[in-house]
Design a protein around this ligand. Structure first.
Ligand code: PEP
Ligand code: MN
Length: 335
């Protein structure tokens, strides 16, 4: 971190700042120019509040040189993180996976039928929401505990690991047999929830917030990792822009950019990004082509009757086409 002091900064205040910084266990390399003094801070500056320093009347400016996230940072962990779910199912480091299933679990028949269909098509991980974050309090809120039980039943029948969203830290015990816990876009910065998930030994599927930057997403991953849990999977699911023709705007640059910054796997969710079923296939192909580690896709056996997100759901046969097309693309580009 670099601190630029103002010309004519009062010596007494400069000494107080110096002392304060040294108490934060960073050393100061001073470079005095004719008009300005620049300090290079050496050591772990991740806990230093740059806004606090920048607000001082003796400080001209502050610049971070290294990112404020350490554990998620590729600089300190050059190899890709590979999340191993057992049974040969791995995510990241060249292992591409499909996470597929309905937006919400609606009934035993529905989840089991969809689970069997996505498994037959090549998906290895079954998704299904039990606790649903809905914009309207009057909309279907998910089957909650009953939905989780049905998802566990689908896991038992198909042998597929499952991913489902948590909305409240007080529900963690209910997720004991869930293989991957999802943190939805709306909870990406629910820091108390992230801290609790950091205490688990279970993969966390962290979705990017609707208006969050890459750095904010990585800082949320850092919350989980700083509390001990290194198994974080990132997901870009579309961000909010001025465009209204699609539900969100799929930010595919997130894939190569995040992969430069972090060693964590990056998954694309084209369903929530586009909000329109017919866009899911082309966006999936694009995601595979730009190096995503997998796709999360909503699939429903009867999209027209879905209780949530029907317009973006693929029918199983359409999902099959996505899987085979993605395989061809990955083979063609040699990943
Ligand atoms: C979901 O995956 O079911 C979901 C609600 O997604 P998001 O948090 O991305 O809106
Ligand atoms: Mn959905």
């Amino acid at each position: 971190m670099i601190v630029i002091l103002k010309n004519n900064a009062e010596k007494q205040k400069v000494d107080i700042l110096k002392q304060w910084l040294e108490n934060q266990k960073v050393s100061i390399h001073e470079s005095m120019g004719e008009y300005q003094t620049v300090w290079g801070l050496v050591g772990d500056t991740s806990r230093i509040d740059t806004d606090l320093i920048e607000g001082l009347d003796i400080v001209e400016g502050v610049r971070r040189i290294s990112e404020p996230y350490k554990q998620a940072n590729r600089k300190f962990h050059p190899d890709d993180t590979v999340i191993d779910l057992g049974n040969g199912i791995k995510i990241g480091g060249g292992n591409f996976q499909f996470f597929a299933g309905p937006c919400s679990i609606e009934s035993e028949e529905q989840i089991i039928e969809v689970a069997k269909a996505v498994k037959a098509a090549g998906a290895k991980i079954l998704r299904g929401g039990a606790f649903k974050p809905r914009t309207s309090p009057y909309a279907f809120q998910g089957m909650r505990e009953d939905g989780l039980k049905l998802l566990l039943k689908a896991k038992e029948i198909t042998g597929m690991p499952i991913v489902t969203e948590i909305m409240d830290a007080s529900h963690i015990d209910l997720f004991e047999d869930v293989d991957i816990i999802q943190v939805g876009a709306r909870n990406m910065q629910n820091f108390e929830l992230l801290k609790e998930l950091g205490k688990l030994d279970k993969p966390i599927f962290l979705k990017r917030g609707l208006s969050s930057t890459y750095q904010e997403l990585l800082m949320s991953a850092e919350y989980i990792m700083a509390n001990g849990n290194q198994k974080v999977i990132l997901c870009e699911r579309g961000i909010r822009t001025f465009e209204t023709a699609t539900r969100n705007t799929l930010d595919l640059a997130a894939v190569p950019m995040l992969k430069e910054k972090t060693h964590l796997p990056v998954i694309i969710d084209p369903s929530h990004a586009a909000g329109i079923a017919r866009l899911v296939k082309p966006m999936s192909f694009a995601a595979a082509a730009c190096g995503a580690d997998g796709l999360m896709i909503e699939v429903h056996n009867d999209p027209a009757k879905a209780l949530c997100d029907g317009p973006q759901a693929l029918r199983p046969e359409e999902f099959c086409e996505v899987v085979s097309g993605v395989e061809k693309i990955r083979n063609a580009i040699g990943v």
